[in-house]
Design a protein around this ligand. Structure first.
Ligand SMILES: Nc1ncnc2c1ncn2[C@@H]1O[C@H](COP(=O)(O)OP(=O)(O)OP(=O)(O)O)[C@@H](O)[C@H]1O
Ligand SMILES: [Mg+2]
Length: 259
């Protein structure tokens, strides 16, 4: 084979096909033992501009990691552990359980006990991001990963925004109108998916325009919640902009404690 269609890693070597976990628009994630490495997609036939664009996206994500986990030895609860940021790559702990989206599609419904554990871990992860003045902007079940003991963590900071460190997050929006409230709304959709197994595909962006400005989804386009759902109040509050008040995502933990 000519190698034209083989991916090239950060050191210029061909990427072994069997090591690829996932490959998206601009980034590929490969596994090396217990490390997952996210790097720019580079093919031999790519133009310099295209390669540079993909590398730039990784460098942006590295900046988010530097804000979130300035000390690489100290992982942040609820967020995938970043191990190192060598060159234009992101090295993370390999999460052997795969994505939550896949898990929910292929496994039996999780017990209420497990649902509660996941809600707690995700609320802690999101709260930790917001405390570090980062808006995630892409809280989806495919960006949530499981380890081998069914613990969940938030991953994929590729769409995240780093806000100034003194930002009062409850009132802030980024350049795309994303906020802690759009993150919490998306988390509510993930909660709904965990409980019902249904993926809603509700986006923060209008499908009929190229507009990249987010809109907090009005309640009437979000699913109807059966009153018998144990987390009805928790999810309902996620879907009302600002309703967790000054506590933000930590307010979810308070409600969980009262369940
Ligand atoms: N630490 C990890 N351990 C195991 N698998 C991982 C890890 N990080 C990422 N992956 C896998 O790689 C996929 C892509 O990673 P990530 O979401 O960070 O990249 P992306 O290119 O921004 O994705 P997309 O645009 O599709 O959301 C994940 O959905 C998951 O399957
Ligand atoms: Mg992703």
């Amino acid at each position: 084979m000519s190698g034209v269609h083989c991916l090239i890693d950060d050191e210029g070597h061909y990427v072994q096909a069997h090591s690829i976990i996932a490959s998206g628009d601009a980034a590929v994630v490969v596994q090396r033992e217990d490390v997952a490495i996210k790097m720019a997609i580079v093919y031999k036939y790519y133009t310099m501009e295209k390669v540079e664009g993909n590398r730039q996206k990784i460098r942006r994500e590295q900046e988010v990691w530097r804000r979130i986990q300035p000390n690489l030895e100290t992982p942040v609860e609820g967020i995938v552990h970043c191990l190192d940021l060598p060159g234009d790559t992101i090295e993370m702990r390999y999460m052997s359980g795969g994505t939550l989206s896949k898990w929910l599609k292929h496994r039996a419904r999780p017990s209420i006990e497990l649902q509660k554990r996941w809600f707690r871990q995700l609320a802690i992860g999101l709260h930790n991001l917001h405390q570090r003045r980062v808006i995630h902007s892409d809280i989806l079940s495919r960006n949530i990963l499981l380890d081998g003991s069914l613990n969940v963590v938030i991953a994929d900071l590729g769409a995240s925004t780093i806000m100034p460190i003194n930002t009062v997050m409850v009132n802030a929006v980024d350049d795309y109108n994303c906020s802690i409230w759009t993150d919490i709304c998306q988390l509510g959709l993930v909660f709904y998916e965990i409980i019902t197994g249904r993926q809603t595909c509700i986006s923060l962006y209008r499908s009929d325009s190229n507009d990249s400005i987010a809109i907090f989804p009005p309640r009437n386009i979000l699913p109807t919640l059966d009153k018998r759902i144990w987390a009805q109040d928790i999810i309902e509050t996620c879907w009302r902009e600002g309703r967790y008040g000054a506590a933000g995502a930590a307010g979810i933990l308070v409600k969980l404690d009262n369940e």
